[in-house]
Design a protein around this ligand. Structure first.
Ligand code: NAP
Length: 163
């Protein structure tokens, strides 16, 4: 079972201004890449804060939301440990999972050591302050697989996690 993180970053390294901030600042090319990549995977995983900014399951993708007390229509709500969730999805025939944030969920999956790959798109905006990709200390090493220009102003970085 493969799991990848997919995220958009500002050029000064933020994923959002706050936990309630909508991801409405990314390029159309990045949105297109997100749809294509997550449809390939077939499963998307969100935290409750991020899902509250979207409020509906993603079309043609199994949508899983981490929450302790909420229920949403058309969505599987979970509290499972990341490894257990991936094992469960593998038994159900899925081969790849897209970890779609936010920072709490990216951190939980990265700390669990189950992330193989990251797709980070860097958008030409600054927030000055806000949420970074991770919320806790990590000691991970990456290899750069590819750098691709999305449209005129966005850069897509593809990394694999090597430890
Ligand atoms: N730029 C991007 O690509 C991108 C992508 C995704 C999201 N975002 C942004 O990131 C922000 C949200 O990030 P965030 O870190 O605040 O929140 P988040 O990761 O979306 O969600 C955190 C929530 O998940 C719940 N949760 C975490 N672990 C859990 C577990 N093991 N079991 C059950 N529930 C669990 C937490 O519940 P408890 O509080 O009860 O622990 C909390 O409510 C939003 O602004 C969003 O737009 C940006």
């Amino acid at each position: 079972m493969k799991a990848f993180i997919i995220a958009a970053l500002t050029a000064d390294g933020f994923i959002a201004k706050s936990s309630q901030h909508l991801t409405d600042w990314t390029s159309k090319e990045d949105k297109h890449f997100f749809v294509e990549k997550t449809k390939q995977a077939g499963v998307v995983v969100f935290g409750q804060n991020t899902f509250e900014t979207i409020r509906k399951p993603l079309k043609d993708r199994l949508t899983i939301v981490y929450s302790k007390d909420k229920q949403y229509e058309g969505v599987e709500v979970t509290q499972k440990d990341p490894r257990e969730l991936l094992e469960d999805l593998e038994k159900r025939g899925y081969k790849e999972v897209a970890i779609c944030g936010g920072a709490t969920i990216y951190t939980m999956f990265m700390q669990a050591g189950v992330v193989d790959k990251l797709y980070l798109s860097v958008e030409p905006v600054f927030f000055g302050q806000g949420l970074t990709l991770f919320t806790k200390e990590l000691d991970k090493k990456l290899e750069l697989v590819s750098v691709q220009k999305l449209g005129d102003h966005t850069v897509l970085l593809e990394y694999i996690v090597t430890n």
